[in-house]
Ligand binder design. Structure first.
Ligand code: A2P
Length: 340
Protein backbone atom coordinates (compact mmCIF):
# COMPACT_ATOMS: atom_id res chain seq x y z
CA UNK A 1 0.00 0.00 0.00
CA UNK A 2 1.23 3.50 -0.87
CA UNK A 3 2.41 5.56 2.11
CA UNK A 4 2.25 9.34 2.35
CA UNK A 5 4.81 11.73 3.83
CA UNK A 6 2.93 13.94 6.26
CA UNK A 7 3.89 17.35 7.66
CA UNK A 8 1.95 18.99 10.49
CA UNK A 9 2.43 22.75 10.87
CA UNK A 10 1.53 23.55 14.48
CA UNK A 11 2.55 20.07 15.63
CA UNK A 12 2.80 21.16 19.28
CA UNK A 13 -0.62 22.81 19.35
CA UNK A 14 -3.94 21.38 20.52
CA UNK A 15 -5.08 20.47 16.99
CA UNK A 16 -1.64 19.45 15.71
CA UNK A 17 -1.13 16.94 18.53
CA UNK A 18 -4.58 15.50 17.90
CA UNK A 19 -3.90 15.12 14.16
CA UNK A 20 -1.10 12.66 15.00
CA UNK A 21 -3.41 10.70 17.33
CA UNK A 22 -6.20 10.53 14.74
CA UNK A 23 -3.80 9.53 11.93
CA UNK A 24 -2.72 6.63 14.12
CA UNK A 25 -6.23 5.64 15.23
CA UNK A 26 -7.67 5.74 11.70
CA UNK A 27 -4.61 3.81 10.49
CA UNK A 28 -3.78 6.37 7.83
CA UNK A 29 -0.89 5.11 5.66
CA UNK A 30 1.79 7.48 6.95
CA UNK A 31 5.36 7.23 5.66
CA UNK A 32 7.68 10.05 6.76
CA UNK A 33 6.58 12.39 9.52
CA UNK A 34 7.59 16.05 9.68
CA UNK A 35 6.39 17.96 12.77
CA UNK A 36 6.74 21.73 12.33
CA UNK A 37 6.42 24.67 14.71
CA UNK A 38 7.92 28.05 15.39
CA UNK A 39 11.44 28.57 16.77
CA UNK A 40 9.84 28.29 20.22
CA UNK A 41 9.32 24.53 19.94
CA UNK A 42 12.09 23.54 17.50
CA UNK A 43 13.94 20.54 18.95
CA UNK A 44 11.03 19.32 21.10
CA UNK A 45 9.92 15.75 20.42
CA UNK A 46 6.53 14.41 19.46
CA UNK A 47 5.64 10.72 19.42
CA UNK A 48 3.91 8.93 16.57
CA UNK A 49 3.32 5.15 16.48
CA UNK A 50 5.90 4.62 19.22
CA UNK A 51 8.64 6.61 17.45
CA UNK A 52 9.93 10.01 18.45
CA UNK A 53 10.31 12.84 15.93
CA UNK A 54 12.01 16.20 16.50
CA UNK A 55 9.96 19.32 15.80
CA UNK A 56 11.60 21.52 13.15
CA UNK A 57 11.18 25.23 12.70
CA UNK A 58 8.93 26.13 9.76
CA UNK A 59 10.67 28.29 7.16
CA UNK A 60 10.22 29.27 3.53
CA UNK A 61 12.60 26.49 2.48
CA UNK A 62 11.07 23.69 4.60
CA UNK A 63 9.03 22.22 1.77
CA UNK A 64 11.83 22.34 -0.80
CA UNK A 65 14.16 20.56 1.66
CA UNK A 66 11.70 17.77 2.59
CA UNK A 67 9.48 15.63 0.43
CA UNK A 68 5.93 16.08 1.69
CA UNK A 69 2.72 14.66 0.18
CA UNK A 70 0.21 16.06 2.70
CA UNK A 71 0.73 19.21 4.80
CA UNK A 72 -1.76 19.84 7.59
CA UNK A 73 -1.70 23.50 8.66
CA UNK A 74 -3.00 24.32 12.15
CA UNK A 75 -0.88 27.22 13.34
CA UNK A 76 -3.21 30.15 12.67
CA UNK A 77 -4.32 32.11 9.60
CA UNK A 78 -1.24 34.28 9.29
CA UNK A 79 1.05 31.21 9.18
CA UNK A 80 -1.13 29.59 6.49
CA UNK A 81 -1.23 32.84 4.53
CA UNK A 82 2.57 33.05 4.52
CA UNK A 83 3.65 29.41 4.17
CA UNK A 84 0.91 27.33 2.49
CA UNK A 85 2.07 28.44 -0.96
CA UNK A 86 5.51 26.92 -0.39
CA UNK A 87 3.93 23.56 0.42
CA UNK A 88 1.69 23.76 -2.66
CA UNK A 89 4.60 24.79 -4.91
CA UNK A 90 6.49 21.69 -3.79
CA UNK A 91 3.56 19.52 -4.93
CA UNK A 92 1.99 18.76 -1.54
CA UNK A 93 -1.73 19.05 -0.87
CA UNK A 94 -2.42 21.50 1.96
CA UNK A 95 -5.26 20.67 4.35
CA UNK A 96 -5.73 23.98 6.13
CA UNK A 97 -7.43 24.21 9.52
CA UNK A 98 -7.53 27.99 9.62
CA UNK A 99 -10.16 30.35 8.25
CA UNK A 100 -7.71 31.96 5.85
CA UNK A 101 -8.68 30.23 2.56
CA UNK A 102 -12.16 28.94 3.43
CA UNK A 103 -14.26 31.39 1.46
CA UNK A 104 -11.91 31.65 -1.52
CA UNK A 105 -14.15 30.45 -4.41
CA UNK A 106 -11.50 28.15 -5.94
CA UNK A 107 -10.65 26.47 -2.61
CA UNK A 108 -12.89 23.52 -1.66
CA UNK A 109 -14.31 23.63 1.88
CA UNK A 110 -14.99 20.06 2.89
CA UNK A 111 -16.84 18.06 5.51
CA UNK A 112 -16.44 14.47 4.28
CA UNK A 113 -19.93 13.44 5.44
CA UNK A 114 -21.47 16.31 3.43
CA UNK A 115 -19.51 17.21 0.28
CA UNK A 116 -16.74 14.62 -0.27
CA UNK A 117 -16.73 15.17 -4.04
CA UNK A 118 -15.48 18.73 -3.55
CA UNK A 119 -12.08 17.29 -2.56
CA UNK A 120 -11.42 16.88 -6.31
CA UNK A 121 -11.16 20.65 -6.59
CA UNK A 122 -7.91 20.57 -4.58
CA UNK A 123 -6.12 20.78 -7.93
CA UNK A 124 -7.29 24.40 -8.40
CA UNK A 125 -4.87 25.75 -5.80
CA UNK A 126 -3.37 22.75 -3.97
CA UNK A 127 -5.42 23.68 -0.90
CA UNK A 128 -8.42 22.05 0.80
CA UNK A 129 -9.92 24.07 3.65
CA UNK A 130 -11.22 22.53 6.86
CA UNK A 131 -14.32 24.42 8.05
CA UNK A 132 -14.89 26.20 11.35
CA UNK A 133 -15.41 23.80 14.25
CA UNK A 134 -18.98 24.93 15.03
CA UNK A 135 -19.95 24.70 11.37
CA UNK A 136 -18.70 21.11 11.01
CA UNK A 137 -20.86 19.55 13.72
CA UNK A 138 -23.92 21.54 12.57
CA UNK A 139 -23.68 20.64 8.87
CA UNK A 140 -23.21 16.95 9.70
CA UNK A 141 -26.81 17.16 10.99
CA UNK A 142 -28.21 19.63 8.47
CA UNK A 143 -27.04 17.67 5.42
CA UNK A 144 -29.15 14.51 5.99
CA UNK A 145 -32.12 16.57 7.22
CA UNK A 146 -31.93 18.84 4.19
CA UNK A 147 -31.71 15.84 1.83
CA UNK A 148 -34.78 14.30 3.47
CA UNK A 149 -37.01 17.30 4.15
CA UNK A 150 -35.51 20.49 2.67
CA UNK A 151 -34.25 23.22 5.01
CA UNK A 152 -35.07 26.92 4.57
CA UNK A 153 -33.56 28.53 7.63
CA UNK A 154 -31.47 27.73 10.72
CA UNK A 155 -31.12 29.63 14.00
CA UNK A 156 -28.26 28.41 16.17
CA UNK A 157 -26.80 29.31 19.53
CA UNK A 158 -23.43 27.80 20.36
CA UNK A 159 -21.84 26.91 23.68
CA UNK A 160 -18.18 26.76 22.65
CA UNK A 161 -15.38 25.23 24.69
CA UNK A 162 -12.07 26.88 25.60
CA UNK A 163 -10.24 24.52 23.20
CA UNK A 164 -11.43 26.66 20.28
CA UNK A 165 -8.78 29.15 21.39
CA UNK A 166 -6.04 26.50 21.35
CA UNK A 167 -3.87 25.27 24.19
CA UNK A 168 -3.55 28.77 25.65
CA UNK A 169 -7.32 29.02 25.92
CA UNK A 170 -7.59 25.70 27.76
CA UNK A 171 -4.71 26.65 30.06
CA UNK A 172 -6.35 29.99 30.85
CA UNK A 173 -9.59 28.28 31.91
CA UNK A 174 -7.76 25.70 34.09
CA UNK A 175 -5.71 28.45 35.71
CA UNK A 176 -8.82 30.49 36.51
CA UNK A 177 -10.53 27.44 38.02
CA UNK A 178 -7.49 26.83 40.23
CA UNK A 179 -7.61 30.47 41.32
CA UNK A 180 -11.30 30.06 42.18
CA UNK A 181 -10.51 27.28 44.64
CA UNK A 182 -7.80 29.50 46.16
CA UNK A 183 -10.48 32.25 46.56
CA UNK A 184 -8.38 34.42 44.24
CA UNK A 185 -10.58 34.55 41.15
CA UNK A 186 -10.54 38.35 41.15
CA UNK A 187 -6.78 38.19 40.52
CA UNK A 188 -7.32 36.61 37.08
CA UNK A 189 -6.49 38.99 34.26
CA UNK A 190 -7.94 37.54 31.01
CA UNK A 191 -5.40 37.23 28.21
CA UNK A 192 -6.88 34.86 25.62
CA UNK A 193 -10.59 35.57 26.14
CA UNK A 194 -12.26 38.99 26.27
CA UNK A 195 -13.31 38.39 29.90
CA UNK A 196 -12.80 35.87 32.69
CA UNK A 197 -14.21 32.54 31.45
CA UNK A 198 -14.36 30.55 34.70
CA UNK A 199 -17.91 30.73 36.17
CA UNK A 200 -18.92 32.93 33.25
CA UNK A 201 -20.20 32.79 29.64
CA UNK A 202 -18.99 35.23 26.98
CA UNK A 203 -21.17 36.10 23.94
CA UNK A 204 -18.14 37.14 21.93
CA UNK A 205 -15.90 34.86 19.80
CA UNK A 206 -13.54 36.42 17.26
CA UNK A 207 -14.02 40.08 16.30
CA UNK A 208 -17.23 42.08 15.87
CA UNK A 209 -18.11 43.09 12.31
CA UNK A 210 -20.02 46.09 10.92
CA UNK A 211 -23.29 44.09 10.85
CA UNK A 212 -23.11 43.56 14.66
CA UNK A 213 -22.39 39.84 14.28
CA UNK A 214 -19.02 38.38 15.18
CA UNK A 215 -16.70 36.90 12.57
CA UNK A 216 -17.28 33.48 14.19
CA UNK A 217 -21.04 33.87 13.69
CA UNK A 218 -20.64 34.86 10.05
CA UNK A 219 -18.35 31.84 9.49
CA UNK A 220 -21.32 29.63 10.43
CA UNK A 221 -23.53 31.46 7.90
CA UNK A 222 -21.16 31.56 4.94
CA UNK A 223 -19.45 28.20 5.42
CA UNK A 224 -22.76 26.32 5.81
CA UNK A 225 -23.96 27.70 2.47
CA UNK A 226 -20.68 26.83 0.74
CA UNK A 227 -20.53 23.26 2.09
CA UNK A 228 -24.19 22.43 1.45
CA UNK A 229 -24.26 24.24 -1.91
CA UNK A 230 -27.50 25.91 -0.88
CA UNK A 231 -28.39 29.41 0.28
CA UNK A 232 -29.89 28.26 3.57
CA UNK A 233 -30.59 31.26 5.79
CA UNK A 234 -28.51 30.95 8.96
CA UNK A 235 -28.43 33.20 11.98
CA UNK A 236 -25.92 32.39 14.74
CA UNK A 237 -25.12 33.55 18.26
CA UNK A 238 -21.71 32.18 19.30
CA UNK A 239 -20.95 31.97 23.00
CA UNK A 240 -17.82 30.84 24.86
CA UNK A 241 -18.57 28.65 27.90
CA UNK A 242 -16.28 27.27 30.62
CA UNK A 243 -15.97 23.78 29.11
CA UNK A 244 -12.60 22.38 28.09
CA UNK A 245 -12.99 20.71 24.72
CA UNK A 246 -16.47 20.01 23.33
CA UNK A 247 -18.77 22.50 21.64
CA UNK A 248 -22.56 22.29 22.12
CA UNK A 249 -25.23 23.87 19.95
CA UNK A 250 -28.96 24.54 20.29
CA UNK A 251 -30.30 24.49 16.73
CA UNK A 252 -33.73 25.54 15.43
CA UNK A 253 -34.44 24.32 11.91
CA UNK A 254 -37.16 25.76 9.65
CA UNK A 255 -38.15 23.20 6.99
CA UNK A 256 -39.86 23.66 3.65
CA UNK A 257 -42.65 21.34 4.84
CA UNK A 258 -44.03 19.79 8.02
CA UNK A 259 -41.59 17.36 9.69
CA UNK A 260 -42.21 15.35 12.81
CA UNK A 261 -39.53 14.72 15.41
CA UNK A 262 -39.66 10.92 15.03
CA UNK A 263 -38.95 11.15 11.30
CA UNK A 264 -36.01 13.48 11.91
CA UNK A 265 -34.68 11.16 14.63
CA UNK A 266 -34.86 8.25 12.18
CA UNK A 267 -32.94 10.17 9.50
CA UNK A 268 -30.26 11.28 11.96
CA UNK A 269 -29.85 7.76 13.37
CA UNK A 270 -28.66 6.67 9.90
CA UNK A 271 -26.39 9.67 9.27
CA UNK A 272 -22.62 9.03 9.08
CA UNK A 273 -20.53 10.07 12.13
CA UNK A 274 -23.73 10.96 14.03
CA UNK A 275 -24.98 9.29 17.22
CA UNK A 276 -28.51 9.92 18.48
CA UNK A 277 -28.90 10.04 22.28
CA UNK A 278 -32.47 11.10 22.89
CA UNK A 279 -34.18 9.60 25.93
CA UNK A 280 -34.67 12.65 28.14
CA UNK A 281 -36.92 10.77 30.59
CA UNK A 282 -33.86 8.62 31.43
CA UNK A 283 -31.66 11.73 31.58
CA UNK A 284 -30.04 10.68 28.30
CA UNK A 285 -29.02 13.51 25.97
CA UNK A 286 -25.72 14.72 24.52
CA UNK A 287 -23.29 16.57 26.79
CA UNK A 288 -19.64 17.63 26.38
CA UNK A 289 -18.70 14.96 28.92
CA UNK A 290 -20.00 12.33 26.45
CA UNK A 291 -18.62 13.75 23.20
CA UNK A 292 -15.13 14.73 24.41
CA UNK A 293 -12.31 12.66 22.95
CA UNK A 294 -14.59 10.98 20.37
CA UNK A 295 -14.95 11.26 16.59
CA UNK A 296 -18.76 11.48 16.57
CA UNK A 297 -21.34 14.27 16.71
CA UNK A 298 -24.02 13.50 19.30
CA UNK A 299 -27.58 14.77 18.82
CA UNK A 300 -30.65 14.70 21.05
CA UNK A 301 -33.52 16.76 22.51
CA UNK A 302 -35.07 16.46 19.03
CA UNK A 303 -38.51 18.03 19.37
CA UNK A 304 -41.26 19.81 17.47
CA UNK A 305 -41.88 23.49 17.82
CA UNK A 306 -44.87 24.35 20.01
CA UNK A 307 -46.48 26.53 17.35
CA UNK A 308 -45.17 25.67 13.89
CA UNK A 309 -45.10 22.11 12.46
CA UNK A 310 -42.40 23.09 9.97
CA UNK A 311 -39.93 23.84 12.80
CA UNK A 312 -37.81 21.40 14.84
CA UNK A 313 -35.40 22.07 17.68
CA UNK A 314 -32.40 19.93 18.60
CA UNK A 315 -29.22 19.90 20.65
CA UNK A 316 -25.80 18.58 19.66
CA UNK A 317 -22.31 18.17 21.09
CA UNK A 318 -18.99 17.30 19.44
CA UNK A 319 -15.33 17.39 20.38
CA UNK A 320 -14.01 20.64 18.93
CA UNK A 321 -10.41 19.42 18.60
CA UNK A 322 -11.42 16.17 16.90
CA UNK A 323 -14.72 16.46 14.98
CA UNK A 324 -14.26 20.22 14.65
CA UNK A 325 -10.65 20.03 13.45
CA UNK A 326 -8.27 17.03 13.50
CA UNK A 327 -10.69 14.21 12.62
CA UNK A 328 -12.30 16.21 9.82
CA UNK A 329 -8.84 17.03 8.44
CA UNK A 330 -7.69 13.39 8.51
CA UNK A 331 -10.96 12.23 6.91
CA UNK A 332 -10.32 14.76 4.11
CA UNK A 333 -6.83 13.28 3.74
CA UNK A 334 -8.36 9.78 3.48
CA UNK A 335 -10.55 10.87 0.56
CA UNK A 336 -7.64 12.67 -1.10
CA UNK A 337 -5.37 9.63 -0.67
CA UNK A 338 -8.04 7.40 -2.22
CA UNK A 339 -7.75 9.49 -5.39
CA UNK A 340 -4.01 10.26 -5.46
P1 A2P B 1 4.98 26.94 18.74
O1 A2P B 1 4.54 26.44 20.07
O2 A2P B 1 6.31 26.44 18.31
O3 A2P B 1 4.85 28.46 18.61
P2 A2P B 1 -2.56 26.25 19.63
O4 A2P B 1 -3.60 26.38 18.55
O5 A2P B 1 -2.79 25.12 20.55
O6 A2P B 1 -2.34 27.56 20.33
O7 A2P B 1 -1.17 25.92 18.87
C1 A2P B 1 -0.63 26.74 17.86
C2 A2P B 1 0.42 25.96 17.11
O8 A2P B 1 0.91 26.79 16.05
C3 A2P B 1 1.65 25.60 17.94
O9 A2P B 1 2.11 24.33 17.57
C4 A2P B 1 2.64 26.69 17.56
O10 A2P B 1 3.98 26.28 17.68
C5 A2P B 1 2.32 26.85 16.10
N1 A2P B 1 2.81 28.13 15.58
C6 A2P B 1 2.51 29.36 16.00
N2 A2P B 1 3.18 30.30 15.29
C7 A2P B 1 3.92 29.63 14.38
C8 A2P B 1 4.82 30.02 13.34
N3 A2P B 1 5.09 31.31 13.08
N4 A2P B 1 5.41 29.04 12.62
C9 A2P B 1 5.16 27.75 12.86
N5 A2P B 1 4.31 27.32 13.81
C10 A2P B 1 3.69 28.23 14.57
Amino acid sequence: MKKYSVAVVGATGAVGEEIFRVLEELDFPVGDVLPLGSARSAGLEIEFKGRKYKVKELSESTFSEHEVDIAFFSAGGSVSEKYAKFACDSGAVVIDNTSHFRMQPDVPLVVPECNPDDVKEWKNTGIIANPNCSTIQMVQLLKPLNDAFGIKRVDVSTYQAASGAGKEGMEELVYQMQKFFEFKLDECEPKVFAHRLALNVIPHIDVFLDNDYTKEEMKMVNETQKILHKKIEVSATCVRVPVLRSHSEAITIHFEREVDAAAAREVLSKAPSVVVIDEPSKKLYPMPSISSDTNETYVGRIRSDNFDKKILHLWCCADQIRVGAATNAVRIAQIWAGEN
